[in-house]
Design a protein around this ligand. Structure first.
Ligand SMILES: C[S@@+](CC[C@H](N)C(=O)[O-])C[C@H]1O[C@@H](n2cnc3c(N)ncnc32)[C@H](O)[C@@H]1O
Length: 351
């Protein structure tokens, strides 16, 4: 019998048991790759529910693995389900699911980090950015090592309205390590406030839906897991290119415990650094003694807008790389050291 709230349109094969999964996928060997599977269909239903109404929707599931979440998505009576799975060992099991729901499932054996999403769905689903989100959803429980770089890539796609966001404000429901979920949704003043908080919240409305305890996964990970829902905003809170926002935000959080002045200094070359940092902070009306985690979104917006003006006035500024400057200084210092060495030897020789 279908669980309450699920639409039993067809009979799906049962999930593999824990024993079968351990045998099939040699889970111990996969532990370091954080392959943690969800085999409790009440929990997978709960994740899928966070995506919203999925009846007749087009869904892309990333990393379906043994197909727990996949079953819940199919039970929600979607129109089409695209599965992107990197590990070939899962493909036969997914094919069985596809046969049980004829015409609904498309399986791609590939890597979500390189898969081109801009052509993944039918063109007629496209919505204008200002419209309601399209009937397209991305859902996934990926390894933590993939979910963080992936969300950064997708946030850049949101900013440029490309990739999965060619179709409009495509919504995403994804899992993260609990601490990453907290960072994604952290408010100003919170110790979890970080680069990820600003990058995510300036582009999306981000909701930390619920926490799944580590014990619910097979094998059990060291950490709990957060289910996070993203809806791209019609108007980003900072209206500057992704790369510029990222550069300013990264520089602020470079020295987490220091005043924000210290990190912002790294935006400018050594000559005139102090003066230009002061100019930036004064024009942006930001107190230089605030700590990075205390800055509000509007303060980040002011900093980005002011830095943009400074870059427009000095075309060499945006490409300035603080780390490169440090590296060059180190190389010069080492060179000076090595050239002073023979002189010493000569002196020693003379002695
Ligand atoms: C943490 S497991 C979760 C599996 C399943 N979604 C579940 O909840 O039980 C992550 C899955 O993502 C797949 N995966 C890992 N990296 C991937 C990538 N770059 N692209 C697509 N799938 C990937 C793994 O092979 C695995 O099936």
């Amino acid at each position: 019998m279908a669980a309450p709230g699920r639409v039993a349109a067809f009979r799906l094969p049962p999930l593999p048991t824990i024993g079968e999964i351990i045998k099939l996928y040699r889970l111990k060997a996969q532990r370091q790759l954080s392959q943690n599977f969800l085999l409790d269909l009440r929990l997978t239903d709960k994740i899928v529910k966070q995506a919203g109404e999925l009846k007749n929707a087009h869904v892309c599931e990333v990393g379906p693995g043994p197909g727990g979440i996949t079953r819940s998505i199919l039970s929600a009576d979607v129109e089409q389900l695209l599965l992107i799975e990197k590990d070939a060992r899962f493909i036969p099991g997914l094919q069985m699911l596809s046969e049980a729901a004829p015409g609904k499932v498309r399986i791609v054996h590939g890597d979500i980090l390189t898969y081109k999403m801009e052509k993944a769905f039918p063109k007629h689903l496209k919505k204008d950015w200002e419209d309601e989100p399209p009937d397209i959803h991305i859902i996934g429980n990926l390894p933590f090592s993939v979910s963080t770089p992936l969300i950064i890539k997708w946030l850049e796609n949101v900013s440029k309205k490309d990739g999965p966001f060619t179709y409009g404000r495509t919504q995403m429901t994804l899992t993260f390590q609990k601490e990453v979920g907290e960072r994604l949704t952290a408010n100003p003043g919170s110790k979890q406030r970080s680069r990820l908080s600003i990058m995510a919240q300036h582009l999306c409305s981000v909701e930390n839906c619920f926490i799944i305890p580590g014990e619910a996964f097979v094998p059990k990970p060291e950490v709990d897991v957060a289910v996070v829902h993203f809806t791209p905003l019609v108007q980003p809170k900072i209206q500057q290119p992704f790369e510029l926002v990222e550069k300013v935000v990264r520089s602020v959080f470079q020295f987490r415990r220091k005043y924000c002045f210290r990190g912002l200094e790294t935006l400018f070359p050594e000559s005139g650094r102090l003066k230009r940092t002061e100019q930036l902070m004064m024009t942006a009306n930001v107190d230089p003694t605030l700590r990075p985690f205390q800055l509000s979104m509007s303060q980040f917006r002011n900093l980005c807008n002011t830095y943009r003006k400074m870059c427009d006035e000095d075309s060499s500024l945006f490409v300035f790389d603080y780390r490169e400057e440090l590296k060059q200084k180190k190389t010069t210092r080492n060179l000076l050291k090595s050239t002073s060495q023979p002189e010493q030897t000569e002196e020693e020789d003379q002695l």
